[in-house]
Design a protein around this ligand. Structure first.
Ligand code: SF4
Ligand SMILES: [Zn+2]
Ligand SMILES: [Zn+2]
Length: 321
């Protein structure tokens, strides 16, 4: 198998494009594809200040690495879920990338809320861990943007994430969620930051290859609470379809994007309320996070961040870590 551009031995085949590429040409292919998405959908415009939601996994570390390489200076934000043998390893990978990029990371420790990790907290809230995690992450990530002056929250979601979520929503006809996914969700000034997904049209496999070829040290293990998740089953099914008919996932997601705008506009009209306590968009008078704080009997002050800033570590400190 030879690289279609230079004829050197290829390291990856891209069946959806009927092509194969060597390492440098694959890296530049994925970067160009991401840059096209950024430009076409106006994900990061002049004057915007992006921050990347990092988990320590391949997608978020790769998008953070790539954005900075492409000239989009971006810091990171991390939610420590307090999961034994997982959260600390994840953060170590994030610190390593922060050192490489010389970028700041804000981290929020979920134990600030109740002294418990996400599973203990979820039990108190009578939710399943992923539901509590999703709600808290959305809130806290938005909060860091608003408090520290970032305009744009970047996530590492890829086409496999989007296609599997879309598949699940279509399968059960969850119309209320169908209009909510997009490459870009615009800001609502003072309340909600802009949210963007530069890897929206890149596959998980391609991103893993990009991470490996760039020596990005990411956590291989998945979050233990993802075991048995329906989205993983959908991903597996879609991968089998993709193998039989390359290009299926991209057709599915691009088709969705074409019919998206109308639904989204209606969705915005339906959610004009803002929380009377913190200003976060909500369907009722108080947002879910403020309800959680009430239930735990704690104030908004518990939502605060630690900062890891490699630019202020001296050389001795850096060598010791
Ligand atoms: S799998 Fe883990 S990281 Fe993902 S939503 Fe569930 S608890 Fe959160
Ligand atoms: Zn080549
Ligand atoms: Zn609130």
């Amino acid at each position: 198998m030879k690289c279609r551009v230079c004829g050197e031995p290829a390291v990856i085949s891209l069946k959806a494009y009927s092509t194969a590429l060597c390492a440098p040409h694959f890296i530049s292919f994925l970067e160009k594809r991401t840059l096209n998405t950024i430009n076409k959908y106006r994900l990061i415009e002049n004057g915007e200040k992006p921050i990347v939601a990092v988990s320590g996994g391949k997608d978020s570390l790769s998008v953070w690495f790539m954005l900075n390489k492409l000239g989009y200076a971006a810091d990171g934000v991390y939610i420590n879920l307090g999961i034994e043998n997982y959260s600390d390893i994840s953060f170590a990978k994030i610190e390593k990338m922060a050192d490489l990029l010389m970028k700041k990371v804000y981290s929020f420790d979920i134990k600030r809320l109740s002294d418990k990790g996400i599973d203990g907290l979820a039990k108190i809230l009578k939710r399943v861990p992923c539901s509590a995690c999703g709600m808290i992450k959305r809130y806290v990530m938005n909060r860091v943007c608003i408090e520290y002056g970032y305009t744009t929250l970047v996530t590492g979601h890829n086409i496999d994430d989007e296609a599997s979520a879309l598949f699940g929503n279509v399968l059960y006809w969850k119309e209320e969620y169908l209009g909510k996914k997009n490459v870009v969700l615009e800001a609502r000034h003072g309340h909600l930051s802009k949210k963007v997904k530069p890897f929206f049209l890149c596959s998980e496999r391609d991103i893993a290859a990009y991470a490996i070829l760039n020596n990005i040290d990411y956590i291989r293990e998945e979050c233990p609470f993802s075991v048995g998740a329906k989205t993983l089953i959908y991903k597996d099914m879609l991968n089998r379809l993709e193998q039989l008919s390359p290009g299926t996932k991209i057709q599915f997601v691009k088709g969705y994007l074409k019919s998206f705008i109308k639904n989204r506009q209606e969705d915005i009209k339906n959610t004009e309320n803002f929380c009377s306590k913190c200003g976060y968009p909500t369907y009722g008078s108080i947002c879910n996070m403020c309800r959680v704080l009430e239930r735990l009997n704690i104030g908004e002050g518990h939502i605060c961040f630690d900062e890891y800033d490699p630019s202020v570590l001296d050389t001795t400190e850096r060598l010791m870590t």
